[in-house]
Design a protein around this ligand. Structure first.
Ligand code: GLC
Length: 742
C-alpha cells in the first residue's frame, strides 16, 4: 500500500471512530480510535485493533521480520516491535539478519551477576531490583520484550547453561523469579520466562526428546513457570528447543494448550526459541503465537505464507490466527508499544550499585578453616593473586546471555583497589583453552606457570587463586555441556602446590556450578564460590575477602563429591541415547536424591558460611484458623523461631524451612524447601523470624486426580542454615485433606 494511500486510509479509519454528522464547529476533538486511546482498557483496545487488521497484517504479528523484531504496520500506527536478550542485562544489538553484532557504539549496558548468582542471594528484594534494572535499560534501548528470566532446573551439574538458571530447587527458583518479572513488567517491559520446558541439557538440545513422569514434570520442572504465569503475570513464555514426549516444546499441545493456556489461564504470548519451530500445522494448532529465528526467508517461516495457505485451505480456522494476533496485540499494547513509553535509564550508578549488591550477596563462603578470612586490610602487605580468572573478563561470552558491559571489574582489579597500600601481584598459574589478552609472553607451559605461581606464593603474605571455569565450549556456555567436573588447565595441581607453599591460601571459584575439589580441598583453608559476578564482581569479591561485608550467599545447587553421586549420572540417565533422555530419577533431583540415598555431598544445597555465627532458639508452630475457601497460599502453619547473631560481626542468615512428610501415601522426597527468610543481624542482635506455610507447602501432585493435593498426616517442619545443617525441628499434623488450587 502506498504511503499516501496508507495515510488516507489511516485518517479514514480514525474518522470512522469519531461521531459522524456533528457540525464542524461543535465537533468534539477528533477522538482517537479506541485502540490508540491509552485511557481505554487493554482488552477493548486489542479488540478494536484486531478487527481493523487484514489477514496479511495479522500474519505479520506472528513471525519475525529480522533476528529480533516483528514488522511495523504503519497504516495502523503499529511500530516495529523489539525483542532482546537476555537474562543478565540488555544484549548489544545483533543482526539484523545474522548473528553478528550490529556494530552500534551506544549499546553497552549494565552486566548483572548471572542467574545462578542471583539465586545464591536467596533475596527476593534483590530479584525485584534485578528485573527493574534490566527493565529500565530495556526502555532506554527501545526494547519491548526482554528474553529472560531463564529458569530451567539444574538436573545435571554438566549443563552448559546452568549459570543462567536458578539452581536445582523449584521453590527457590519460583520465589526469585516472581519478583524479577514484577520488577520488570511494572516498567511496561514484557519479561519472557524461558525455556518452557525441560531444556536441562545443551547436548542435542534441538532434537533431544525428554521422557519424564508426570509428578516430576509437575513438582520439579513446571513450578517456576507456573509461578511466573500465575503470580508474576509474565507476558511472554519462550518454548524450549527440546521435545517432550515426542513433540517439540515450541509447539507442544500438552505443554502449551493444555497446561499453560488451559490449566494456568495464560493470556500472554508464546514465542519459539530461535529456530525452535519445525512444523506449520503444529505451530498453528498447538499454541505457538510468535515464530522467531527460523533459518528461512521470513515469508517462508512456518507461521508466514505456509500458515496463510493452511488457513486459506481451511485446514485451520481463522480463529486460530485471531487468537495469536490477539495475544501479540495484548502484549504490545500492555507494554505501551502504541503509546509513549517512559525513557528508562542506561548504565547508571544506581544500576551498577545493584550489580554490586547482587554480587556481594551471591558470594558463598564454602570453607574457612582457622578463620583465614576475612583478611585484615591493615595488616596484609603482599598478596599474590593467581589465575587466568583473576584477569579474564566474562561478560561478553557465554552465548545469548552475553552482555557488552560498560566495564567489568576483574578480581585482580577489585583486590588491588581495595588494598592500595599492599603490594598486589599477579601470576597466571594456569591457562584455559584460549589465552586471555594479557597472557605471559612466550606462552609458557603448564609446569612453568605453576612453578612461577608457587614461588610467588611462597614469598607472599597471602595467595589468592582465582580459578574455575569460563564460557568456552564444554565449560559454562550455551550450546555445549561440560564433560566432567574437572577444573581445566592444570588448576588442581596448581592449587595443591600453592597451598603447600603458603598455608594462607584462598581459592576463589568463578563458575556456574560445582567443580571437582577433591585433589586440593583438604589442604586449602578457605574456598569461596564467586560465580560470574557481573561488572562489579571484582569490587564485590574484595569487599567479602577483606570483611567489609560478611558473606551471606547460600548454594542454590548441590556440590557433589563426585559426578557419579549426582542422580542423572548415578542412573546413567544423562545425556540420553537414541535421541531420547529419560529422567529416571523422577522427583529425586539435587538434594532430594542425596537425602533419599544417604549420600553426603561435598557442600549441600543451601550451604554458605558467614564471618559471624547464628543461634536458633524457641521454635514454635502456630496454626492460624484457615477458612475452607482460603487459597493454597493461606498459611496453615507459621513456623516461628528466634535467630541471634552470636558473633562479633554483622551478618545475614538465610533461614531455610524444609517440610518432611512422615508417612506419605505416595513416594515423596525426604524433605523439600518450602520457605525461607533472609535476616540481617548486628552482633548480639536477635530477631523473631516467621515463615508461613500454605497448604501447597504440604502438597504433591496426584497423577490419578490430575491435581495437587495436601493429605492429612504427620509432618516435620525442619529449620536449617542449609538442607543438611538442621537447627530446629517441630512436628506438625495436617488435620484434613485439602485440595490445593495453586
Ligand atoms: C538462543 C537461546 C535463547 C535466546 C535466543 C535468542 O538460542 O536458547 O535463550 O533468547 O536464542 O538469542
Amino acid at each position: 500500500m502506498s504511503r499516501r494511500l496508507a495515510l488516507v486510509a489511516f485518517a479514514f479509519a480514525v474518522l470512522l471512530a469519531s461521531p459522524v454528522g456533528a457540525a464542524a464547529e461543535e465537533r468534539p476533538p477528533v477522538n482517537k480510535a479506541v485502540y490508540l486511546d491509552a485511557s481505554k482498557p487493554v482488552e477493548e483496545r486489542v479488540e478494536d485493533l484486531l478487527k481493523r487488521l487484514t489477514l496479511d497484517e495479522k500474519l505479520l504479528l506472528v513471525h519475525a521480520d529480522s533476528k529480533f523484531t516483528t514488522a511495523a504496520i504503519p497504516r495502523l500506527g503499529i511500530p516495529q516491535r523489539w525483542l532482546s536478550d537476555g537474562p543478565h542485562g540488555v544484549r548489544e544489538d545483533i543482526g539484523p539478519h545474522d548473528w553478528n553484532p550490529a556494530g552500534r557504539t551506544d549499546d553497552s549496558a549494565t552486566w548483572l551477576p548471572v542467574g545462578v548468582a542471583l539465586a545464591a542471594t536467596w533475596n527476593p528484594d534483590l530479584a525485584k531490583a534485578y528485573g527493574e534494572t534490566i527493565g529500565r535499560e530495556a526502555l532506554a534501548r527501545g526494547k519491548h520484550v526482554m528474553l529472560g528470566p531463564a529458569v530451567n532446573i539444574h538436573r545435571t551439574p554438566l549443563n552448559g547453561r546452568n549459570f543462567e538458571y536458578f539452581g536445582e530447587d523449584p521453590f527457590l527458583t519460583a520465589r526469585m523469579v516472581v519478583p524479577w518479572i514484577r520488577g520488570m513488567q511494572a516498567l511496561k517491559v514484557a519479561a519472557c520466562v524461558k525455556h518452557y520446558a525441560l531444556n536441562n541439557q545443551e547436548w542435542q538440545r534441538g532434537t533431544i526428546d525428554v521422557e519424564v513422569d508426570e509428578r516430576a514434570l509437575r513438582e520439579i520442572y513446571l513450578p517456576a513457570f507456573e509461578a511466573a504465569v500465575k503470580e508474576g503475570k509474565v507476558l511472554a513464555v519462550m518454548g524450549a528447543y527440546n521435545k517432550l514426549r515426542g513433540q517439540h516444546a515450541c509447539h507442544n499441545d500438552y505443554l502449551l494448550n493444555q497446561v499453560l493456556k488451559g490449566e494456568w489461564g495464560f493470556e500472554g504470548l508464546v514465542m519459539s526459541d530461535w529456530s525452535g519451530t519445525h512444523d506449520t500445522r503444529e505451530a498453528a494448532l498447538h499454541g505457538l503465537d510468535l515464530e522467531m529465528g527460523t533459518n528461512k526467508p521470513y515469508a517462508e517461516f512456518f507461521l508466514a505464507d505456509p500458515f496463510k495457505r493452511l488457513l486459506e485451505e481451511g485446514e485451520a480456522p481463522m480463529s486460530v490466527l485471531d487468537d495469536k494476533a490477539r495475544r501479540n496485540l495484548r502484549v504490545m499494547i500492555g507494554t505501551g508499544a502504541l503509546d509513549g513509553r517512559p525513557a528508562g535509564a542506561l548504565n547508571t550508578k544506581a544500576h551498577q550499585q545493584t550489580a554490586r549488591r547482587v554480587a556481594q550477596e551471591s558470594i558463598v563462603l564454602l570453607k574457612n578453616e582457622g578463620a583465614l578470612l576475612p583478611l585484615d586490610p591493615a595488616k596484609v602487605r603482599t598478596i599474590l593473586v593467581i589465575g587466568e580468572n583473576a584477569v579474564r573478563k566474562h561478560s561478553h561470552e557465554g552465548g545469548s546471555s552475553e552482555i557488552k558491559a560498560l566495564y567489568e571489574v576483574t578480581p585482580l582489579e577489585g583486590i588491588a583497589s581495595r588494598v592500595p597500600g599492599a603490594k598486589v601481584m599477579h601470576a597466571m598459574g594456569y591457562k584455559s583453552g584460549r589465552w586471555s589478552p594479557d597472557s605471559p609472553p612466550g606462552n609458557p607451559d603448564v609446569e612453568t606457570l605453576i612453578a612461577r605461581a608457587v614461588e610467588g606464593a611462597r614469598q607472599s603474605d597471602v595467595a589468592i587463586v582465582v580459578g574455575g571455569l569460563n564460557h568456552e565450549r564444554n565449560q559454562d556456555a550455551e550450546g555445549s555441556d561440560r564433560k566432567d567436573l574437572a577444573l581445566p588447565g592444570g588448576q588442581a595441581e596448581l592449587i595443591r602446590r600453592v597451598a603447600e607453599a603458603n598455608p594462607r591460601t584462598v581459592v576463589v571459584l568463578v563458575s556456574g556450578g560445582p567443580v571437582d575439589m577433591e585433589p586440593w580441598l583438604a589442604q586449602t583453608p578457605a574456598v569461596v564460590q564467586a560465580w560470574y559476578a557481573g561488572m562489579e564482581g571484582g569490587h564485590a569479591l574484595a569487599a567479602i575477602l577483606f570483611g567489609d561485608v560478611s558473606p551471606s550467599g547460600k548454594l542454590p545447587a548441590t556440590f557433589p563429591r563426585k559426578l557419579a553421586d549426582s542422580p542423572a549420572h548415578a542412573l546413567g540417565a544423562y545425556p540420553g541415547k537414541g535421541g531420547t533422555v529419560r529422567y529416571e530419577e523422577g522427583l529425586l533431583v539435587g538434594y532430594r536424591w542425596f537425602d533419599a540415598k544417604g549420600i553426603v555431598p561435598l557442600f549441600p544445597f543451601g550451604h554458605g558460611l558467614s564471618y559471624t555465627t547464628f543461634e536458633y532458639a524457641n521454635p514454635k508452630v502456630e496454626e492460624p484458623r484457615v477458612a475452607p475457601s482460603a487459597g493454597a497460599k493461606a498459611p496453615v502453619a507459621v513456623m516461628r523461631m528466634d535467630v541471634k547473631n552470636t558473633g562479633s560481626r554483622a551478618g545475614a542468615e538465610v533461614v531455610q524451612v524444609y517440610v518432611r512428610p512422615v508417612a506419605p501415601r505416595l513416594p515423596r522426597p525426604p524433605q523439600e524447601l518450602k520457605g525461607f527468610a533472609k535476616v540481617l543481624l548486628k552482633p548480639g542482635e536477635a530477631k523473631t523470624v516467621s515463615v508461613a506455610l500454605g497448604a501447597d507447602a504440604f502438597a504433591f501432585y496426584d497423577p490419578a486426580k490430575k491435581a495437587w493435593v495436601a493429605e492429612a498426616g504427620e509432618f516435620r517442619i525442619r529449620v536449617g542454615s542449609s538442607s543438611r545443617l538442621i537447627r530446629l525441628e517441630a512436628p506438625f499434623r495436617l488435620k484434613t485433606n485439602m485440595a490445593v488450587a495453586r
